[in-house]
Design a protein around this ligand. Structure first.
Ligand SMILES: [Zn+2]
Length: 109
């Protein structure tokens, strides 16, 4: 263990680095999820099957991705192109997105 003397402001700054904004939850990896855990997936599967009384099966891989069709415009039926995502914390779109929106609305006039 290391001991050090800090000013009050430095202590508060370091302390607040470990405080999450409200609404966020820290994800911790422990137990069988920890990277250093030596427990195999088969052992976890067997334990779940024993405790819960049902078989744990691997997810079935299908070719669903190949059968997906492109999204189409509800007005003209044209193929929609992915340009960007707006995440909830980005509700004010970035300048380049505003430019794209402006160009598209000009084309649709
Ligand atoms: Zn359209």
């Amino acid at each position: 263990m290391r001991t050090m003397t800090l000013s009050a402001m430095e202590f508060i700054r370091r302390f607040l680095q470990h405080t999450l904004p409200s609404g966020l939850m820290k994800v911790r990896y422990y137990g069988f999820m920890h990277a250093c855990s030596g427990v195999s997936a088969d052992k976890v599967r067997a334990a779940v099957e024993l405790m819960q009384g049902f078989d744990v099966s691997d997810p079935v891989v299908t070719d669903a991705i190949e059968t997906c069709t492109a999204l189409t415009c509800p007005k003209c039926g044209g193929k929609l192109l992915y340009r960007y995502s707006v995440l909830p914390h980005q509700m004010n779109p970035p300048p380049h997105a505003k430019q794209i929106i402006k160009e598209q609305s000009r084309q649709n006039e």
